[in-house]
Design a protein around this ligand. Structure first.
Ligand code: ATP
Ligand code: MG
Length: 652
């Protein structure tokens, strides 16, 4: 890169002119008003002190808002004590809201449960008593390996109530992955289920726990097993206990002791899109404040009337922050669904929205693109008129997917909030406010009030509007990770060493002419084509904007002439023909959409794309294919056979 181009770390290619301001009616009644931004600007960290006192019930008030003297190790709300479970449960019951529905649960086979705040509170108290009777104490770690059933939320909150630290491991992970996480956290208890239902069939979980604990030398003394699918399980006497026995028989009174604001709440291992999983540590007061704040303001939440549905599994941070904690702390009613979107038919989600009158839907671009592929006639068969706000998370959302989401699911009027954040950030960091921001398809746009986001160049200098660079966070924030479990040095090296005094997120971003932020994908995925730094996200979005393309993934492969060359993998829509013409058509389409420099060298039509279990495209595996190398570690793929399918489709 030449010196004069240093300010522009990535080239800024895609142009998007569409704007969608909120309706006057929505804006007038919105929870978040424009003044929220002014208050945040004027008040500095005191803004968060106010939010913390407004949104949470503290046992003992804090004396200092932020202690940053040992940076990058932050302490928020110093001296305050608070109990997460009390805030999510008891206080609502005490306020007379015990009969409000906390969770509408729908199992994949169609079984349902309606759980009120009073009932959920009782369940959590029983589970807290049960775990304590098994020797779990404040500070102990509990591994949670459960499907999307209410017991998952109950277990997490019971841990929080005691002050035990939960480590949820996604139910799709293998015995080995579970064991390494149990070992890293030295978990004392594992809570699991016999299994769950997946695509109409029982699917087992307990065997993975048995496998994980087969080799001696672990720290686990008990395994509590929820009965869910009634499949036979093998049993280790003395170690294994049925949930119904230990929790079912436990007393339903339990005093919640308040914990220090900085008491560890949970460890969550990142999904491993980029390498060895890291145990991200979150603590109590700051995490609860920012998750509750963003849940209320980003989604325009009205707890009395809304039905909120976040489709994320509790195995991911989205499931922690926007299923277990924020909705309950805010006293909201939510839907929890156990299964897959296509069981027993491809309209299941829309059927659920119609049935429960879901008003706020929060999901991932990968799901939206899948629904696009299945066709708009499926959702159009259902009454989706209850929807008033739509959220997106996990990956950049391509403008075409954004438009489809708005038109087909949002009835052409529900505002879309594209929320950028990470396991590490704990809560939303960049997101439009639905009643304030004129939204732009494909952009997360603006920092959450009270959050200091910037885009900087190689030298750490803020880039001007219109330029691209590295996404950073300039000031500590309440829900920030407090470290990597057991590895303070890795915490500093990973996030705080690239730039002085700034958190480096690992993502590329650009500022448009209005100063709005566009996420460009991971910095590791940025390509260098004849000296031009191009983002995978923009080229993928250009491909997806062609009517023949359902999904696209772009990688850079080494090339003798250009240094790197663009290689695109595309999935065609049902009606599109896979022939030589389509490749030429798509190359030219990218050329017109963003410019000749962005034309892929190769476009390969494939049946599927490799994705992590949270639905993110694993570009590093595609890069191996593009460069003709042996394909690297694919163990965290949702479907391990996909790389063979891709190889097969390329040979034909
Ligand atoms: P690992 O860090 O182990 O590789 P991961 O980064 O996939 O895993 P998460 O913390 O779940 O784990 O994901 C955060 C990342 O997801 C962000 O850094 C960003 O790359 C991407 N992301 C999340 N939300 C958005 C969004 N709204 N727009 C663009 N990218 C997003
Ligand atoms: Mg990450």
């Amino acid at each position: 890169m030449t010196a004069e181009r240093q300010g522009d770390a990535f080239e800024n290619l895609l142009h998007e002119e569409r704007r969608f301001p909120p309706s006057e009616e929505f804006a007038a009644q919105a929870v978040a008003q424009p003044s929220l931004y002014d208050e945040a600007r004027e008040q500095g960290t005191e803004f968060w002190a106010r939010q913390a006192r407004e949104l949470l019930t503290w046992d003992q008030d804090f004396t200092q808002t932020l202690d940053w003297s040992d940076a990058p190790f932050a302490k928020w709300f110093v001296g305050g004590t608070v109990n997460a479970a009390y805030n999510a449960l008891d206080r609502h019951v005490e306020a007379g809201l015990g009969e409000r529905v906390a969770i509408h649960f729908e199992g994949e086979p169609g079984d349902t449960r309606t759980i009120t705040y009073a009932e959920l509170t009782r369940e959590v108290k029983k589970a807290a008593n049960a775990f304590e009777s098994l020797g779990v104490q404040k500070g102990d770690r509990v591994a949670v390996y459960l499907p999307m059933i209410p017991e998952a939320v109950v277990t997490m909150l019971a841990c929080a109530r005691i002050g035990a630290v939960h480590s949820v491991v996604f139910g799709g992970f293998s015995a080995d992955a579970l064991r390494s996480r149990i070992d890293d956290a030295e978990a004392k208890l594992v809570v699991t289920a016999d299994g769950t239902y997946r695509r109409g069939k029982p699917s087992a979980l307990k065997p993975a726990v048995d496998g994980a604990l087969e080799k001696e030398g672990h720290t686990v003394s008990h395994v509590v097993v929820v009965r869910r699918n009634n499949e036979p399980v093998t049993w280790t006497e003395g170690r294994d206990l049925w949930w119904d026995d230990v929790v079912g028989g436990a007393p339903d009174e339990h005093m919640a002791v308040a914990h220090d604001a900085e008491h560890p709440l949970f460890i969550l291992y990142t999904s491993g899109t980029t390498g060895k999983p890291k145990g991200i540590l979150h603590t109590t007061g700051g995490y609860l404040t920012q998750t509750a704040f963003t849940h209320r303001n980003t989604f325009d939440l009205r707890p009395e009337t809304d039905v909120f549905w976040c489709t994320a599994d509790i195995g991911w941070v989205t499931g922690h922050s926007y299923v277990t904690y924020a909705p309950l702390v805010n006293g909201a009613t939510q839907l929890m669904y156990e299964g897959t979107p296509d069981t027993p038919h491809q309209g299941r989600w829309w059927e659920l929205i119609e049935k429960y009158r879901v008003s706020i839907l929060y999901t991932a671009p990968t799901a939206i693109r899948t629904f696009m592929k299945w066709g708009r006639d499926i959702p159009q068969k259902y009454d989706l008129s209850s929807i008033r706000v739509l959220g997106s998370v996990g990956e950049p959302i391509n403008p075409e997917a954004w438009m489809w989401y708005r038109d087909v699911i949002g009835g052409g009027k529900a505002p879309i909030v594209d929320t950028w954040w990470q396991t590490e950030t704990g809560a939303h960091m960049i997101a439009p406010m639905p009643g304030v921001t004129a939204t732009k398809p494909g952009s997360a746009q603006v920092a959450v009030p009270g959050i200091a986001i910037d885009v900087v160049d190689e030298m750490g200098e803020s880039v001007p509007d219109g330029a691209g660079g590295y996404l950073v966070i300039r000031e500590p924030w309440p829900a920030m990770l407090r470290g990597i479990w057991g590895d303070p040095q890795r915490f500093k090296d990973t996030y705080w060493s690239r730039f002085d005094d700034m958190y480096f997120a690992g993502d590329g971003a650009k500022k448009d002419a209005d100063g709005d932020i566009w996420l460009l994908g991971r910095v590791d995925d940025v390509m260098n084509i004849s000296g031009h730094r191009l983002s995978t996200t923009e080229i993928e979005s250009a491909l997806v904007s062609h009517p023949s393309v359902a999904e696209a993934a772009v990688v850079g492969a080494s090339d003798e002439t250009t240094g790197e060359a663009i290689v695109a993998f595309v999935i065609l829509r049902g009606s599109a023909k896979d022939d030589d013409d389509i490749v030429t058509t798509l190359r030219n389409h990218v050329g017109t959409e963003i410019g000749p420099i962005a034309k892929p060298r190769n476009i390969l039509v494939v049946p599927e794309l490799p994705k992590t279990r949270s639905g993110k495209i694993m570009r590093r595996l595609l890069k191996d294919v593009a460069e003709g190398r042996e394909v690297g570690d694919a163990t965290t793929l949702s479907d391990p056979t996909i790389m063979q399918q891709i190889a097969g489709s390329l040979r034909k």
